[in-house]
Design a binder for this molecule. Structure first.
Ligand code: FMN
Length: 345
C-alpha cells in the first residue's frame, strides 16, 4: 500500500508510537483486531543507533507483513544522520511512512537536542524534515507538542515544518513542561490546524470512541493518534471504526480478552526470541488494570515466567469469570476508562 496522508480515508485513526510498547508484536495485535484501516506508528528508534548498526535497534525496525501499513518513528538531532537512518530503514524494511519525534519530553532524549527540544530550534527541525524528505519518497510526518513551555509555540513551528515539506503533523496538546499534567488542549489543536494546510492529527487523552468524536469535533483535526488508550485495550480502534460505521457498541468479553492476551504473548516471544514472558508482564499489567475482579490474579500475573505458567493463570481467570468484581465504572475521563468501559461481565 502506498500511504498518502492527503488522500487517505478520513478520519485518520492511528496507534501512537510508544517506546517499549508499540513493537512489532503489539502492532500485529492492533492490526489483527482492527483490520486495514488503522495506521500504526512503531516506537521511536535512535538515528544514531541505526547508523552504528546496533543490533537491538535494527531489530526494532523489522516489520512483520501482517502489520502494514506501518509508520516508523525516528529520533535524533542531526539532519544528515536522520536522513541516513531513514535510508537504511527504507532499504531494509520499506515502511509505508516515516515520522520524526519532536515531542518526547524525557531527559535522556531532550538533553541532546532530540525530541521536544527541536521545538526550540526551528532551523534544526526544518533541516531534519528537508533531509529526510530527500532521503525517501515515503511521506514524512512530524509529531510535536504544543510547545516547550509556551503552548502557542506550535503556531509558528507548524508553519515552518510545512514549508520544509512535512506531509502531516500530529500534535499532543500539552507543552513539554507540562509532561502529562493537565489536559491535552484540543481547542489549541484546532487553532494549530488552521495555521497549516497539511493534515493534522489530534493527540492526547483520547481513551474511548466518544472522546475520539469530541476531540475531532473540538479540534477539526483530520484524525487522531491514540497512545495510552490502546495499552491493554487494542480493541479501541475497532470500537472507534464501528462507531464511525454506525454499528452498535460491542463490549469485549473476558474470553476474547484472554484469547488476545495469549496470542499477543506468543507474538511477543516470537519477536524477541525470548524463552520467557518476563518482558511481557508490562502488557499484562495493562490488560488487567482497572478490570473489576482481577485483583486476586495480579500478583501471579506479575511474576509469571513461562508461557505455560501464563496460560495456566489466564485459564483460571476465565474459569473464575472475575465474578467477584464490581460492575465496570463508566468514567470516561481517565486513561483506564477504556478497560472500565469495555469489560463485559
Ligand atoms: C509508554 C509510553 C511511551 C511513549 N513513547 C513515545 C515514542 O516513542 N514516541 C512518541 O512520539 N511519543 C511517545 N509517547 C507519547 C505518546 O505517543 C502520546 O503522544 C502521549 O502519550 C499522549 O497521548 P495519549 O493521551 O493518547 O496517551 C509515549 C507515551 C507512553 C505512555
Amino acid at each position: 500500500m502506498k500511504l498518502d496522508w492527503a488522500t487517505i480515508q478520513r478520519p485518520i485513526i492511528a496507534l501512537s508510537p510508544m517506546a517499549d510498547m508499540t513493537d512489532s508484536a503489539f502492532c500485529r495485535v492492533v492490526r489483527k483486531i482492527s483490520g486495514p484501516d488503522v495506521i500504526v506508528f512503531r516506537e521511536m528508534v535512535s538515528s544514531e543507533a541505526i547508523i552504528r548498526g546496533n543490533d537491538k535497534t535494527l531489530g526494532m525496525t523489522e516489520i512483520h507483513p501482517d502489520e502494514r501499513p506501518i509508520v516508523q518513528q525516528i529520533f535524533g538531532s542531526e539532519p544528515e544522520k536522520m536522513a541516513e537512518a531513514t535510508r537504511i530503514i527504507d532499504r531494509d524494511h520499506n515502511p509505508e511512512g516515516f515520522d520524526i519525534n519532536m515531542g518526547c519530553p524525557v531527559y535522556k532524549v531532550v538533553h541532546s537536542f532530540n525530541g521536544a527540544s527541536l521545538m526550540r530550534d526551528a532551523d534544526r527541525a526544518t533541516a531534519i524534515v528537508r533531509a529526510m524528505k530527500e532521503a525517501t519518497d515515503k511521506p514524512v510526518s512530524v509529531k510535536i507538542r504544543a510547545g516547550w513551555e509556551d503552548p502557542k509555540e506550535c503556531l509558528t513551528f507548524g508553519i515552518a515544518l510545512e514549508e520544509a515539506g512535512a506531509d502531516l503533523i500530529t500534535i499532543h496538546g500539552r507543552t513539554k513542561k507540562q509532561g502529562y499534567t493537565g489536559q491535552s488542549d484540543w481547542d489549541l489543536i484546532g487553532e494549530f490546524a488552521k495555521t497549516v494546510s497539511i493534515p493534522v492529527l489530534a493527540n492526547g487523552d483520547i481513551y474511548t470512541p466518544q472522546l475520539m468524536t469530541e476531540a475531532l469535533e473540538t479540534s477539526g483535526a483530520e484524525g487522531v493518534l491514540i497512545a495510552r488508550g490502546a495499552l491493554g485495550n487494542p480493541w479501541i480502534f475497532k470500537q472507534i471504526l464501528d462507531q464511525l460505521a454506525g454499528k452498535e457498541f460491542e463490549p469485549i468479553t473476558l474470553q476474547e480478552r484472554v484469547e488476545v492476551i495469549k496470542q499477543h504473548a506468543r507474538w511477543h516471544i516470537e519477536q524477541f526470541d525470548a524463552g520467557t514472558v518476563r518482558t511481557f508482564r508490562k502488557h499484562l499489567s495493562w490488560y488487567f488494570r482497572a478490570i473489576a475482579g482481577a485483583k486476586p490474579f495480579k500478583a501471579r500475573l506479575h511474576t509469571v515466567d513461562t508461557i505455560e505458567e501464563l496460560d495456566a493463570v489466564l485459564d483460571e481467570v476465565l474459569e473464575d469469570g472475575l465474578k467477584g468484581g464490581a460492575v465496570a465504572r463508566r468514567d470516561a475521563s481517565h486513561p483506564l476508562a477504556a478497560n472500565r468501559l469495555f469489560i463485559k461481565k
